[in-house]
Ligand binder design. Structure first.
Ligand SMILES: *Cc1c(COP(=O)(O)O)cnc(C)c1O
Length: 355
């Protein structure tokens, strides 16, 4: 089969050296050697996220949603009330998790609204905790984390941010943006295989931890074991080793340089396709991804199908109401301008055949 080009917002294109680690025998992990790997990953992640002193990392087996749910059950009790910024499928997921766990919450419906003026317009609805997806991946909208930080500061709320689809690709700073808990996962900007998700907990979040009625996801046991670089249960060992290598690369080369590289890839793509009957869907796009909407009568779903079957270009369709109107092109991971040029060429060929 000829090469399949991957432009989905998870999994993303992984670099060859990380892939090669995945072919090795996973080592035994209840020993000092592996503890050192975990501790190095913890400090590397905290550094990349600009976490305040005293912050800790929870390493959980599972996709990103496991970490979203773990935050709701560990950081919110029956006396807390969550304000959920619900701007699409992932905001709705936080709402669904709250509903499942009978967690008091208020769903704030927003539409392609970057919340820049949030502090003045939105009321906290007697909530003491904010749940927000920094990048609402279903619409390609990047919220303004500075404005969100001002808002939670003003109302003295705990700020729980799902940064899954913008961590690494786009700037974020837990200290400067008043983020108390940051949710990330392996297979988006970190460009590793899926299966490891993490929660970075700042001091205020560490103080907030309740006694969840859950065994596997109880943060207490992760924090206790984590002090010596261990996890209570078997971690996705191989992904942790891949994370160690990836963090070394990012810290060595500088995160700002990587973000600039991805910003260049994203703007190269957006500029190149400007003459096609496609418009950017979101008014505030991350480096991570471009959400596009057809400006002619071609359905988004059809474009995604045709690009894969005719050109081996794997793009991300949307579900629900946006199925016909929106599709997505991710720029995360080991994606270069040259790699993206194959997609640009394919899109021009596709549209030239149709005119
Ligand atoms: C991908 C993603 C998740 C996690 O989804 P999984 O299917 O559990 O990996 C959570 N939030 C956002 C914003 C995402 O893009």
């Amino acid at each position: 089969m000829s090469e399949r080009f991957l432009f989905t917002p998870g999994p993303v294109r992984i670099s060859p050296d990380i892939l090669a680690l995945g072919a090795q025998q996973p080592p035994y992990f209840r020993n000092q050697a592996f503890s050192e790997v975990v501790l190095e990953c913890e400090s590397g992640l905290l550094e990349l996220a600009g976490a305040p002193a005293g912050s800790r990392v929870i390493f959980l087996a599972g996709s990103g949603t496991a970490a979203m749910e773990a935050c709701v059950i560990n950081l919110l009790g029956e006396h807390n009330r969550a304000l959920v910024v619900n701007g699409g499928g992932f905001g709705q997921r936080f709402v669904d998790i709250c509903v499942t766990h009978r967690q008091p919450h208020h769903s704030l419906r927003v539409q392609l609204d970057n919340l820049a003026r949030m502090s003045t317009r939105v009321q906290p609805e007697s909530c003491d905790t904010l749940l927000i997806n920094a990048h609402e991946t279903t619409t390609g909208l990047l919220y303004d984390l500075d404005a969100v930080g001002d808002f939670v500061g003003h109302h003295n709320m705990l700020n729980i941010v799902d940064g899954i689809s913008m961590f690494i690709s786009d700037p974020l700073d837990m200290c400067a943006q008043d983020i108390d808990a940051l949710i990330i996962s392996s297979h988006k900007g970190l460009a590793l295989p899926p299966g490891l998700c993490m929660v970075l907990l700042g001091p205020r979040a560490l103080e907030r931890i309740v006694r969840p009625a859950f065994y596997y996801q109880d943060f207490h046991s992760y924090l206790d074991n984590g002090t010596r670089g261990q996890t209570p249960f078997t971690p996705p060992i191989t992904i942790v080793l891949q994370l160690q290598l990836r963090l070394r690369q990012l810290l060595g080369g500088g995160i700002a340089a990587e973000q600039q590289r991805l910003a260049d890839v994203a703007s190269h793509f957006r500029d190149a396709i400007a003459s096609l009957p496609l418009a950017c869907f979101s008014p505030s796009m991350p480096n991570a991804m471009t959400a596009l909407t057809p400006t002619n009568d071609l359905s988004a779903e059809r474009i995604v199908r045709d690009m894969e079957s005719r050109y081996n270009m794997v793009l991300a369709p949307n579900g629900g109401d946006l199925r016909h109107r929106v599709f997505r092109v991710a720029h995360m991971g080991n994606v270069t301008i040259e790699y993206t040029d194959h997609l640009i060429e394919a899109l021009f060929d596709y549209y030239s055949e149709r005119s």
